[in-house]
Design a binder for this molecule. Structure first.
Ligand code: SF4
Length: 231
């Protein structure tokens, strides 16, 4: 099956939410400036995403084979134990808004532009998930991303990108030699059906992370993923 490409993602910036996120007071000196930036970004921005429904062809204690590519991760293998189909994806704020943001030189404007690009990326992830749910009815899903936890190396981006075909040609996301993506405001990973919600953050001890989506559970790895804990 070919990858599905979402290159016309509708998005609208929630101005009160953006200003709250940036600590900008309504009617204050920065409010008009951020409103202007947001309007321009909204006109220019084209958030995009692509994904594929991929079958798990074989599996082991520390790996799964999806569409002919082997992914090595103990946590991924355990999370996919009862799963037969996954949804590898790449989502991005888009090259258009990335180019727009590169013109800013002041620290403050760059900070605001990054927040706006984050909203564009959020819109593409939301559209992607809605599309997967509408088309494939996977039930409750969770997401894992190469490089987000120790157990799944960033280098596995190469296999993920190769499953999808040509994300650079399709949605403008380049996989660099370092395995980071360009535009940097992009996310790659796999959605998978699960009865037990999983967040990478549950296994990540990083303190004071502004993006944390779940508390760190320092006993979770030993309890659920360590081989000798599973009998
Ligand atoms: S806590 Fe932060 S760094 Fe760690 S996985 Fe979550 S978002 Fe990523």
């Amino acid at each position: 099956m070919d990858a599905t490409i979402l290159d016309e993602v509708a998005w609208q910036i929630d101005l009160p939410q953006l200003k709250q996120q940036l600590g900008i007071k309504e009617g204050g000196s920065y409010a008009a400036e951020t409103e202007g930036m947001a309007a321009r970004a909204e006109a220019i921005g084209r958030p995009k995403a692509m994904y594929k429904a991929g079958l798990i062809e074989s599996r082991g204690e520390d790996h799964v084979v999806i569409e002919g590519r082997t992914f090595k991760s103990r946590v991924l293998a355990v999370n996919l134990e009862k799963v037969h189909r996954v949804f590898p994806f790449v989502a991005t704020c888009g090259v258009e808004i990335e180019e727009w943001s590169s013109a800013f030189t002041s620290v403050l404007e760059k900070f605001w532009a990054d927040a706006i690009k984050g909203l564009a990326l959020g819109a593409s992830i939301f559209a992607l998930l809605e599309h997967i749910k509408e088309q494939h009815h996977p039930g409750d899903v969770s997401m894992m991303n190469p490089g987000s936890i120790e157990s799944w190396s960033l280098s596995e981006q190469r296999a993920l990108f190769s499953i999808l075909g040509a994300p650079e040609d399709s949605i403008g996301v380049e996989l660099m030699e370092s395995c980071f993506m360009k535009p940097s405001m992009s996310v790659s990973g796999m959605w998978f059906p699960t009865e037990h919600h999983f967040e990478n953050c549950m296994l990540c001890p990083m303190e004071n992370c502004p993006g944390r989506r779940a508390p760190y559970d320092k006993e979770l790895y030993d309890r659920k993923y360590k081989k000798d804990s599973r009998g």
